[in-house]
Write a protein that binds this ligand. Structure first.
Ligand SMILES: [Zn+2]
Length: 120
């Protein structure tokens, strides 16, 4: 493959990534964790000396955005939706990364091609 063909092939791959990005649905960064809590009520089951049974599970979403970390509770019925959004965000990140890798390679090949033209 000559340099133009290589560039073309990488540009085709880039187009596939762009098409894939367009199909992504709702997304959000973060991770979900399951938590069990102890309350302040005296004599509550969560503080039973022999068989403590803590409250929960509660689902907590944590994420960092623009350097600020945030967490919030997610209602159990929204857990599946949030999981899908998190998975979509990971896909988005992976595709963006691949796009940047391709873009860097394409930029380098185009510079090489320009140099070849100058020296020939
Ligand atoms: Zn309790």
């Amino acid at each position: 493959m000559n340099i133009e063909q290589r560039i073309q092939s990488l540009e085709d791959k880039t187009q596939q990534i762009k098409n894939h990005l367009l199909t992504l649905g709702d997304m959000r960064p973060g991770s979900l964790s399951r938590q069990y809590n102890v309350c302040g009520k005296p004599g509550c089951r969560c503080k039973d000396p022999n068989h403590p049974k803590r409250h929960g599970p509660y689902y907590q979403l944590s994420y960092v955005h623009r350097g600020k970390s945030t967490s919030q509770f997610i209602r159990p019925e929204l857990r599946a939706t949030v999981r899908t959004q998190i998975a979509t965000f990971k896909k988005f990140r992976k595709l963006s990364d691949q796009w940047v890798n391709l873009a860097l390679t394409i930029a380098k090949l185009k510079l090489d091609a320009a140099k070849q033209k100058l020296s020939s």
